[in-house]
Design a protein around this ligand. Structure first.
Ligand SMILES: *Cc1c(COP(=O)(O)O)cnc(C)c1O
Length: 429
């Protein structure tokens, strides 16, 4: 099939020729970066295969258990695979972990006791964790259990405030919470090299402190993970990068034997720990998902870079910008006006394989102080490794764009977003 035929397909789907040409031309300037991303994906793919082979992952592991789930060999094998990938002593990978916040809650509460203190050396933690820790008053928070919290903000240039971090480490400091991705904040995402630097600094001051990394959105973006540079625990969601779009639910924690035991006890019960937890029929999806995760993450990264380049050329602010190195899969674009984010989200929705015919509208959401608009036509509800976009309806009217199980889908979504903006005379290309 030649390019002309491809173009015809896009035009038949309602893409204007000018939009097609603009996106294609921008894309062709990105081939070196895409090649580098493919190399990372290749390395990570081989790493995952080796991890499965080393765990002697077998057809028999794909079957599930019911009830208590004693001797669930598939579940145990998946946990060995994860431990091999993240190079940790042990892992907890369960569909009983309902989401990323839950996984982080287990890691924090399982590894702290009354009187302990948690320190974040990279500023504000992810929104939902404010309730978990008790920064925002919340029923059942760690604060209610006598666990205190401190944070040291990053300096204005995005660097660690080493002096203040040193001053805030004390006898009570038990656990360090390091958030790899900026999430929906404006600070830079931390590279694994940066995480290595802060872990070393902290462990030189207090060697027995537990360093935990909120690894959400960062898995497989680089060729090493924070657990390879001193993190005692890495934590994330299976409906983001490591689930590869196939895991229908779940979370993971990889780390030292002791940390994981503490987590397992908190997830299930003292005395039961990792021994219970039926996998039902989900093991196959979790296994196939981690197998797919390196290339799925690469697809999402390419989409993010294409979007940054397209919209930067059109005069909007992209964060990260069009040329920056990437350490997570999130792309923010500041549009400045509500009608732009509306059009952007309509385009992403219109390009979806599921629910393409619905129109996203801004809505009140629990926990947000403004209305939020969201676009997602996902196979797994709420999965942000699938192509999705969301934006709070307030200045600076920034849209957060992420995911894409395949690069052609991400590209089509971006084309559609631009198409919707053209149709509303918001941009010219
Ligand atoms: C997604 C995310 C979480 C967890 O969110 P859930 O919606 O509960 O899965 C935590 N931290 C960061 C940085 C995230 O991106």
């Amino acid at each position: 099939m030649g390019t002309d035929e491809l173009k015809k397909y896009y035009l038949a789907l309602g893409i204007d020729e000018k939009v097609y040409d603009f996106v294609t031309e921008t894309e062709s300037s990105l081939s070196d970066r895409f090649t580098a991303i493919d190399k990372t994906a290749e390395l990570n793919q081989i790493k995952v295969i080796k991890a499965m082979q080393d765990a002697k992952f077998a057809e028999a592991h794909l079957n599930g258990t019911t009830g208590y789930g004693y001797n669930d060999i598939g579940r145990d094998a998946i946990e060995e695979v994860y431990a091999n990938i993240f190079k940790t002593e042990d892992a907890l990978v369960r569909q009983q972990i309902t989401c990323g916040t839950h996984a982080l809650t287990i890691a924090l509460s399982g590894n702290s006791r009354p009187g302990d203190e948690i320190l974040s050396p990279c500023g504000k933690v992810y929104d939902t964790l404010e309730g978990v820790i008790g920064i925002r008053e919340s029923k059942g928070s760690l604060a209610e259990y006598g666990i205190s919290y401190r944070q040291v903000d990053l300096l204005s240039d995005g660097e660690f405030d080493f002096d203040n971090i040193r001053k805030n480490i004390n006898d009570k400091t038990k656990l360090i919470e390091i958030q790899r991705s900026k999430g929906y904040d404006t600070r830079p995402t931390l590279s694994v090299a940066k995480i290595a630097e802060i872990i070393k600094f902290i462990k030189d001051i207090k060697p027995d402190v537990i360093c935990m990394v909120d690894n959400c959105y960062g898995e497989f973006v680089e060729t090493i993970e924070p657990s390879e540079v001193g993190a005692d625990m890495v934590v994330g969601s299976l409906i983001k990068n490591p689930g590869g779009g196939l895991a229908p639910i779940g979370g993971y924690i990889c780390g030292t034997k002791e940390c994981i035991e503490n987590c397992a006890i908190r997830l299930t019960s003292p005395g039961l720990a990792k021994e219970v937890g039926a996998s039902l029929g989900v093991t196959r999806s979790i296994a196939q998902g981690i197998f797919m995760a390196p290339t799925v993450t690469a697809a999402a990264l390419k989409g993010a870079i294409l979007a940054a380049n397209i919209y930067e050329k059109l005069g909007f602010k992209a964060i990260p910008d069009s040329c920056e190195d990437r350490y997570d899969i999130i792309q923010a674009i500041e549009f400045g006006k509500p009608e732009y984010i509306q059009a952007f989200c309509e385009g992403i929705q219109a390009a979806a394989p599921v629910d393409s015919f619905v129109t996203p509208v801004p809505w009140d959401m629990p926990g947000y102080d403004s209305q939020v608009i969201m676009a997602a036509g996902a196979f797994v509800s709420g999965a942000s490794i699938e192509l999705s976009a969301d934006a709070p309806m307030k200045a600076p009217y920034a849209v957060y764009f992420q995911g894409g199980l395949t690069y052609p889908h991400a590209k089509f979504g971006i084309m559609m977003s631009l198409q919707k903006m053209m149709e509303k005379n918001l941009v010219l290309c």
